[in-house]
Ligand binder design. Structure first.
Ligand code: ADP
Length: 327
């Protein structure tokens, strides 16, 4: 816990990313702060301690495998921990981005956020994360839609996602890519936020981050001030949260259907919003709509959203064990 607090308070993610970059390219490193030393101790995994199993997914950087991290207890006993191993297949094109994501994740520790266990460099650069055995929420919705009702796990997941986002806000990060495809399920009643590749930390005292250059942006999840002006804030993450719960109650349907990104932007700019999904009760659709208010300051906060879903009777009726949200 102490190492963690050093890492999270004393270092910026760009400082950490550049350190990791030097370390992973074999360039001698001159540790420039206690935080970097702490990160080195805590996060580097010897490739010999990793056992790779089957491929469980494929992402922007390359394949994702399940596997085991082998460690020795203080008594010398060997134990194995199930993990997900994300590989960087083409080092030359996106190593910096890969390490940037790892360096953001190093600074986060919350039960509604996928945990980074470490990074490793064998033949390939690897990010070792806690395993989410049920995979992405989007795939789960597509595969199990028939078994899901509005009164089920959807509200639990919504509350957990809002709770994780509230934590991210408390750490001054904007996620910028909140969507059903980036939520992983570690159990049927435990959703966790993943994919921090687009996350940015806000400067102290600042409430928004402005991009002057575009990129491959998930426009359909973005608020008008993001796609029009490049402005990102906790309130623009709240807009994306609204789209994410819309995907949940639509059982994985794509937002705005078949229309082009340009037409989706025109639609939102004209004041139109995603329709009420069949499965979605009116009081939850009202919350979605409040996430899509034109003015960022009119949108609800993540604290409000966490409580809103956690207070739901369906959530309250769940066994105590799965009530994992704490505000
Ligand atoms: P991208 O970077 O393209 O957003 P990822 O590389 O994060 O995608 O993940 C691709 C897929 O691999 C996910 O959709 C999911 O199915 C699987 N995956 C990623 N991380 C984990 C994990 N920690 N546990 C289980 N499955 C994972």
């Amino acid at each position: 816990a102490r190492l963690n607090s050093i890492v999270s308070t004393a270092s910026t993610e760009s400082e950490m990313a550049s350190y990791l970059h030097r370390k992973c390219s074999g360039t001698p490193t001159t540790p420039n702060s206690t935080a970097v030393e702490a990160a080195k101790l805590r996060f580097f995994i010897e490739p010999g301690n990793l056992v790779l199993d089957s491929e469980i997914g494929h992402g922007e950087f390359g394949s994702v495998h399940s596997g085991w991290l082998v460690r020795k207890s203080t008594g010398g006993e060997e134990y194995r921990m199930e993990v997900a191993i994300k590989m960087l297949s083409d080092e030359h094109s996106n190593k910096q981005e890969f390490l940037r994501e790892a360096s953001v994740m190093m600074r986060l520790e919350h039960k509604c956020i996928v945990r980074l266990i470490g990074i490793s460099k064998g033949e390939m650069l690897m990010m070792v994360q806690e395993l989410a055995p049920l995979g992405s929420m989007l795939q789960y919705l597509l595969d199990h839609g028939a078994e899901i009702s509005a009164n089920s796990e959807l509200k639990v997941w919504a509350s957990q996602i809002a709770c994780g986002m509230h934590y991210l806000e408390s750490q001054h990060f904007v996620h910028r890519d909140l969507a059903a495809r980036n939520i992983l399920l570690t159990a049927r009643h435990q959703a966790k936020i993943s994919d921090f590749g687009m996350s940015r930390s806000l400067r102290p005292g600042s409430t928004e981050y402005q991009f002057t250059q575009g990129g491959r942006w998930p426009i359909r999840w973005y608020a008008p001030e993001s796609f029009n002006l490049g402005i990102f804030s906790h309130a623009s993450d709240v807009w994306s949260f609204g789209v994410t719960i819309w995907e949940m109650f639509s059982l994985g349907a794509p937002p705005y259907g078949e229309i082009s990104n340009v037409d989706a932007i025109k639609l939102v700019d004209s004041g139109a919003r995603l329709p009420q999904p069949d499965l979605c009760p009116a009081y939850i659709y009202a919350v979605m709509q409040s996430c899509w208010k034109e003015r960022p300051k009119d949108r609800p906060t993540f604290v409000y959203l966490t409580e809103f879903f956690a207070r739901d009777p369906d959530y309250q009726n769940l066994p105590e064990l799965v009530q994992t949200v704490h505000i």
